[in-house]
Design a protein around this ligand. Structure first.
Ligand SMILES: NC(=O)c1ccc[n+]([C@@H]2O[C@H](COP(=O)([O-])OP(=O)(O)OC[C@H]3O[C@@H](n4cnc5c(N)ncnc54)[C@H](OP(=O)(O)O)[C@@H]3O)[C@@H](O)[C@H]2O)c1
Length: 288
């Protein structure tokens, strides 16, 4: 049986959906009991909090493989270390960790690298999935101003990023969870092309039939905007550092790992924009 953690999140929910479709035997771990009630029919669920070891132990019973997803917070290494401690105590299980591309070059991927190092030292079999920035971020973080102002904002300048669709990350996760031969490997997951935010704005414009602009702000101004929108200072600073990394063109590499593992090309942004066009239309807000 496979344990899918973070099952309510962007990636975990898609992995859950795709794993259920191919008939894998799954237990889905939710932090929130409310969200657990929305799991696909037939999926076994468990309530688990990384901060509470007594909730981790029952979640691990009868499990052979784990999809490990931590939330994007500065406590991620500590949360995942709590979890790994319980996995070691429960006996060897293959941990497929959702990580991030970038390693020590920026704060967010650095938190993931801390956790990877802990897993490497644990002696457990592991696989690391290291995605670049998600295409879905433009829906989760920018759709609201795209709808209301035909614009989105940031400070990544002309830095191009090989953004990846969460559906492709999930497809790779399911392949790795379903088969052997991936132990000790790390996969760098990118989309098929590196795009600047201006190019992303052009692509969304074509799909929605009106002009959408990307507005680049000085980092200090963007930080102020994030703080006034309620983003905690530690998170705003980590995001600013990520945008610095993007601005420097360091997240533009295009890899072949998705194509090698799935046997097909990764989803292009043009396809993503068509599939999610509704989120950028004014009527989407009323319906959501
Ligand atoms: N966004 C990107 O562009 C990007 C790029 C590369 C890597 N990543 C990494 O990908 C990972 C997943 O991203 P995502 O967008 O899927 O995250 P997400 O939507 O925020 O999902 C995080 C999941 O973790 C659960 N969770 C939070 N606190 C928990 C706790 N104490 N115990 C147990 N579960 C807990 C959440 O449950 P609730 O719903 O109940 O809170 C949720 O299911 C993150 O680690 C992020 O750093 C993101």
């Amino acid at each position: 049986m496979i344990l899918i953690t973070g099952a309510s999140g962007n990636v975990g929910s898609e992995v859950l959906k795709q794993a259920a479709t191919v008939g894998l035997k799954i237990r889905a771990a939710f932090q929130s009991p409310d969200k657990a009630t929305k799991a696909p029919a037939g999926v076994e669920t468990v309530i688990m909090d990384y901060a509470k070891p007594e909730t981790i132990r029952p979640a691990l019973q009868g499990i052979e493989k784990i999809f490990l997803v931590g939330p994007p917070v500065r406590d991620l290494p500590a949360m995942e270390a709590n979890f790994i401690k319980e996995v070691r105590a429960a006996g060897p299980k293959h941990v497929v960790k959702l990580s991030a591309l970038g390693g020590r070059e920026s704060v967010f991927p650095g938190w993931h690298r801390d956790s990877e190092e802990n897993i490497e030292a644990s002696g457990l079999p592991y696989t690391f999935l290291r995605p670049n920035g998600f295409m879905q971020n433009v829906v989760n973080y920018n759709a609201s101003t795209i709808r209301s102002r035909n614009a989105f904002y940031g400070c990544q300048g002309d830095g191009a990023v090989s953004v990846v669709d969460v559906r492709d990350i999930a497809a790779v996760a399911v392949i790795v969870l379903a088969a052997t031969g991936h132990e000790g490997k790390s996969y760098a997951l990118t989309g098929p092309e590196a795009l600047t935010n201006t190019q992303i704005a052009e692509k969304i414009s074509r799909v929605v039939g009106r002009e959408i602009s990307y507005v680049d702000l000085p980092p200090a101004e963007f930080r102020k905007a994030m703080l006034s929108a309620g983003v905690p200072a530690w998170s705003a600073d980590a995001l600013l550092d990520l945008y610095r990394f993007y601005r420097e063109g360091k997240a533009s590499q295009v890899t072949k790992d998705i194509e090698r593992l799935t046997g097909r090309k990764p989803i292009a942004f043009d396809q993503f924009a068509q599939d999610y066009a509704f989120a950028f239309q004014a009527e989407a807000k009323a319906a959501s």
